[in-house]
Design a protein around this ligand. Structure first.
Ligand SMILES: NC(=O)c1ccc[n+]([C@@H]2O[C@H](COP(=O)([O-])OP(=O)(O)OC[C@H]3O[C@@H](n4cnc5c(N)ncnc54)[C@H](O)[C@@H]3O)[C@@H](O)[C@H]2O)c1
Ligand SMILES: O=C(O)C[C@H](O)C(=O)O
Length: 347
């Protein structure tokens, strides 16, 4: 049972087939030691993400941190009979211990949206939380890869970059805004509309992570679908851009996407782990420091490796509709990035 869950997870949460790992000369049990921390681990995303990371055989130590509730989550998850050793840390005085020795820090800490709110409405609370957590990362694990989930991602990633710059620890190869949920949604919606098996679908999603800044590139989707009209592509694009709001409205005041986000966060962290371990050709979309447009941060396909970002891949050929979408998203994305930079430098 466990073996089958693990092997299906390994197939699902994997940018490369698990067979690839065996070609690298190690089984999961003898994979390199890797410590992963989840900050905000007692939350709606944090708890299922903690479980999924506990199921990942590439993790040897799992640190679960929150301002409350982590002893219980850690005790619960620690009983799962998989490789990693689990520890719970609670309150700022234990944050350093949680972070020491980390290879990857995943941050889903902060408040989620309620109906009627934009992600930017979360800025006032989450910006401060992210700043505090990143200050501690700079101190206790300056070489870790940071997977930023807390919204608004378009601003929290620039905040993190500024905090690290001030601390003298910034490495642009190691800071990632997690936009995997946009890709997960685009793949699901495309497969449903094109009537193709979802397992084999790929759709790049570029730009940022809020409304029109989310730009799925259905013209590059594989397998190619010849049964989709221009109107279908417009509808798929809008549904992907509004995917978060669809969940916020359905949850009617009880938060935003947690389960699909935990899955997406686990997919992205798994790709980072594989990159760190030297697996070749690990490619995921992520919001990173970038020079593929005039904006300083941009989501696109990124090749992951032993140092984090190995290569930021270009946008490829865009349809006229996508070119228009790209130009329309730039002003909003630019101002969200600038808002984050300004906050980090003023406060
Ligand atoms: N990037 C994405 O695609 C994506 C998707 C979904 C949600 N999100 C964002 O993720 C965040 C978390 O969402 P959620 O549904 O898990 O919320 P939640 O309220 O259920 O959980 C958040 C957790 O963060 C903790 N927290 C608050 N301040 C903290 C601090 N200073 N240090 C550590 N932990 C702290 C809380 O105690 C809580 O347990 C929100 O900002 C949400 O908008 C992002
Ligand atoms: O929509 C939200 O507020 C949460 C998240 O960014 C999402 O895309 O689901």
């Amino acid at each position: 049972m466990l073996r089958s869950i693990q092997s299906s997870l390994r197939r699902g949460i994997s940018a490369t087939p698990s067979a690839h790992l065996h070609h690298r000369g190690y089984s999961s049990e003898s994979a390199p030691e890797r410590k992963v921390a989840v900050l905000g681990a007692a939350g709606g995303i944090g708890q299922p993400l903690a479980l999924l990371m506990k199921l990942n055989p590439l993790v040897s130590k799992l640190a679960l941190y929150d301002i409350a509730g982590t002893p219980g989550v850690a005790a619960d998850v620690s009983h799962v009979n998989t490789r990693s050793e689990v520890a719970g840390y609670v309150g700022e005085e234990q944050l350093g211990q949680a972070l020491e020795g980390c290879d990857i820090v995943i941050i889903p800490a902060g408040v989620p949206r309620k109906p009627g709110m934009t992600r930017d409405d979360l800025f006032n609370i989450n910006a401060g939380i992210v700043k505090t957590l990143c200050t501690a990362i700079a101190k206790y694990c300056p070489h870790a890869l940071v997977n930023m989930i807390s919204n608004p991602v378009n601003s929290t990633v620039p905040i993190a970059a500024e905090v690290f710059k001030k601390a003298g620890t910034y490495n642009e190869k190691k800071l990632f805004g997690v936009t995997t949920l946009d890709v997960v949604r685009a793949k699901t919606f495309y497969a449903g509309k094109a009537k193709v098996p979802v397992g084999g679908v790929d759709v790049p999603v570029v730009g940022g992570h809020a409304g029109i800044t989310i730009l799925p590139l259905f013209s590059q989707a594989t397998p190619k679908a010849n049964n989709l009209s221009d109107d279908d592509i417009i509808a798929l694009t809008k549904r992907t851009q509004d995917g978060g709001t669809e969940v916020v409205e359905a949850k009617a005041g009880k938060g935003s996407a947690t389960l699909s986000m935990a899955y997406a966060g686990a997919v992205f962290a798994d790709a980072c782990l594989k990159g760190l371990n030297g697996v070749q050709d690990v490619v995921e979309c992520s919001f990173v420091q970038s020079s593929i447009t005039e904006l300083p941060f941009f989501a696109s396909k990124v090749r992951l490796g032993k140092n984090g970002v190995e290569e930021v891949l270009g946008l490829g050929h865009l349809s006229d509709y996508e070119k228009q979408g790209l130009e329309s998203l730039k002003p909003e994305l630019k101002s969200s990035i600038e808002k984050g930079i300004k906050f980090a430098n003023q406060s």
